[in-house]
Ligand binder design. Structure first.
Ligand SMILES: [Fe+2]
Length: 288
């Protein structure tokens, strides 16, 4: 039986290590059941490093994916990366939800917490959807949204593998619902991805406002509109942001913590920080 607890004002479940066991000895099925019902698990006291994070994640995952923007930690663990560079606030998003390549889970492990700030933030997309005004919900039921992205050749080679060719790009992108793309003269690839702002969660099939709308709206390199190309008014973004501000949950990092987040239901972000020693690793995967 796992020793569990809940974070205060939080939907996450904490799993404590009270028997000095390794994270790799935890019962997989019981852990999976907690993950399915809570969506955010914090494993504390297991002394997890990034190699153990990967080994533990392998028990639940069918495959890993590499984030195109993040530095790899070492060549033997090529899917483990550092989190988003910089020390700025990161607004709420689901990982890679501005593309059809949204992983099921994002894993984080903390080597060194920031001395102040730098907490990972998260929001339950099911709660957000329920808290939005009926008018806003109806708007997003009626209108899909469209994300624009451009991948230089170096970026899609990182995603598909160093030896990937434009034929591999076409094979990967052809026939995906909602996706259209253009290969540019410099071999960069422009993507337009039309999707719903709310999705069905992987476990429980609940409606969740789990997307990358706010982060891409605020990202100077990103772009998002309604599916017909019309702009999304800033008043709507502000309204969503206000609702989400009341639902913000926090991971107060301790060294060696491991966190597992359901990316089909929860959005995440982070508080800003100034401590250059902060070190958090991440890993993206699809569940078995
Ligand atoms: Fe992220």
């Amino acid at each position: 039986m796992l020793e569990t607890d809940t974070l205060s004002i939080s939907s996450a479940k904490i799993i404590h290590n009270n028997t000095s066991q390794s994270i790799l000895q935890l019962p997989v099925q019981e852990t999976l059941d907690y993950f399915k019902s809570h969506g955010v698990l914090l494993f504390r006291g297991f002394g997890v490093n990034y190699e153990q994070m990967k080994a533990f994640a392998e028990k639940f995952s069918s495959r890993f994916v590499l984030d195109k923007d993040r530095p790899i930690v070492d060549s033997r663990n090529k899917y483990v990366t550092l989190v988003d560079p910089g020390m700025h606030y990161v607004s709420p998003h689901c990982e890679n939800a501005n593309s059809p390549f949204r992983p099921d889970v994002i894993w984080f492990c903390c080597s060194v917490p920031a001395s102040q700030g730098g907490e990972t933030l998260y929001w339950d997309g099911v709660q957000v959807w329920q808290a939005l005004d009926e008018e806003l919900r109806q708007l997003f039921i009626a209108k899909k949204i469209k994300f624009f992205q451009k991948f230089p050749a170096a970026d899609w080679k990182r995603f598909l593998g160093a030896g990937a060719t434009l034929d591999d790009v076409k094979r990967t992108l052809n026939g995906i619902s909602g996706l259209s793309y253009k290969i540019n003269e410099d071999q960069s690839v422009s993507l337009e991805y039309v999707c719903s702002a709310f999705v069905k969660t992987k476990y429980g099939h609940q409606e969740a406002f789990a997307n990358s709308l706010i982060s891409e709206y605020k990202n100077p390199r990103g772009a998002v509109t309604f599916a017909d190309g019309s702009p999304i008014p800033s008043a709507i973004i502000n309204q969503i942001q206000q609702v989400m501000n009341n639902l913000t949950e926090v991971i107060p990092w301790q060294a060696s913590d491991l966190v597992m987040i359901d990316n089909s239901r929860f959005l995440h972000g982070r508080r800003s920080f100034t401590d250059i020693k902060r070190r958090i690793y991440s890993l993206l995967s699809y569940m078995k």
